[in-house]
Design a protein around this ligand. Structure first.
Ligand code: NDP
Ligand code: OXD
Length: 319
């Protein structure tokens, strides 16, 4: 029996987590972890598989014989922009662990805004015991842009919390109990949305989509008047100068941002200090590394048994 092809691991994750997760992850296969200095300069030709997150730009010239590339996350914009991407399947990470984490983050942000957490924190700082008029979840329509794996799960969980939920995507999606719109229905969707949640991939079509013109189309008759913007898709989809201007002018009431045009977010950014802004450092749904390797192993088994790979990216659409 021929030896199993090694797997290249090139993940800009927490190194200790990768090392721990690699123990026993790929039985019978050599693992070439590029974070390990002993592999620096190693010949990567003849290797079939690579699992990557924010790789160096020379990866594909160093590893010219790959048969499948695996993204270390659900998003693939980081891979599609690497030079020399081979004409082989690109598989993204889809897993319960990741989906659950994202829904936790989205539900948490919606609840923080609904329950006016920042206002109560400000009152507590002044040791002021006072209640604020409290709308209920059913008074708020959450509109989710991006009704894929993550958007659909978040929609269901928000609905369980009592929010009214609507969804928008390129093609019309059917999700029980959730009203959905296709691309052509964008304005109608925005006109009903109090809390806007971004769960879009970054593609040429979604670059800069979250801008002032779009925010001005959101509903302004919700319980908090001005709408709230919550984004965990990609920072490239948002125009941060417009977000700041809309917060200053009252077009937006508040925002929660996990992703930014440039990461890490500059220490000078105004976002850090604004009372109506929640910032998290691109951690809404970090990949569980053990689960990632189990998924890669399963897909390699399928590939080598002649079964179709799952979660293959449409490189033309960009996601
Ligand atoms: P999916 O591919 O399952 O879903 C993407 C959704 O976006 C689909 O509904 C798709 O429409 C829609 N979409 C894509 N392009 C357009 C467009 N031009 N106009 C309208 N809708 C569009 O992806 P996931 O749900 O798994 O992930 C979404 C994104 O979340 C990832 O690409 C990544 O960028 C981000 N992410 C962020 C994380 C974080 O920690 N912050 C963690 C994980 C992911 P259609 O249904 O018609 O195909
Ligand atoms: C992802 C991410 O795409 O963590 O999985 O951003």
């Amino acid at each position: 029996m021929p030896a199993k092809s090694p797997v290249i691991v090139d993940l800009k994750f927490i190194p200790d987590e990768v090392d721990t997760a690699l123990e026993g992850a790929f039985p019978g296969r050599e693992v070439i972890n590029l974070a390990d200095p002993t592999h620096r300069g190693r010949d990567l030709s003849g290797i079939d598989y690579a699992v990557v997150w924010k790789s160096a730009p020379d990866l594909f010239s160093r590893a010219p014989d790959l048969k499948v590339v695996f993204s270390g996350g659900a998003g693939v914009d980081h891979v599609l922009k690497l030079p020399g991407l081979p004409e082989v399947p690109l598989v993204r990470f889809v897993d319960r662990t990741l989906t659950t984490r994202m829904s936790e983050w989205v539900v948490m942000q919606c609840l923080l805004h609904l329950r006016q957490q920042r206002a109560y924190e400000a009152l507590a700082k002044k040791r002021e015991w006072r209640d604020l008029s409290q709308p209920e979840a059913a008074d708020v329509t959450v509109g989710i842009m991006g009704m894929g794996v993550l958007g659909q799960d978040a929609a269901r969980k928000l609905a369980v919390m009592g929010f009214k939920v609507i969804g928008w995507s390129r093609s019309k999606r059917t999700v029980e109990g959730i009203e959905t719109y296709d691309a052509a229905g964008l304005d109608a969707f925005l006109g009903r949305t109090d809390f806007l949640v971004g769960l879009l991939p970054l593609t040429p079509d979604t670059q800069g989509i979250f801008n002032a013109a779009l925010f001005k189309k959101l509903r302004r008759k919700g319980p908090f008047g001005a709408p709230v913007f919550i984004n965990a898709g990609r920072g490239g989809s948002q125009v941060e100068a417009d977000i700041l201007e809309c917060l200053d002018s009252g077009v937006l009431d508040a925002v929660s941002l996990d992703v930014f045009e440039e990461e890490p977010l500059s220490r000078d950014s105004r976002f850090w200090d604004m009372p109506n802004v929640y910032v998290t450092p691109h951690v809404a749904a970090s990949s569980d590394v053990k689960a990632l390797f189990a998924h890669v192993n399963e897909q390699i088994d399928r590939f080598e048994s002649g079964l179709p790979l799952e979660h293959v990216v449409d490189k033309v659409a960009g996601y």
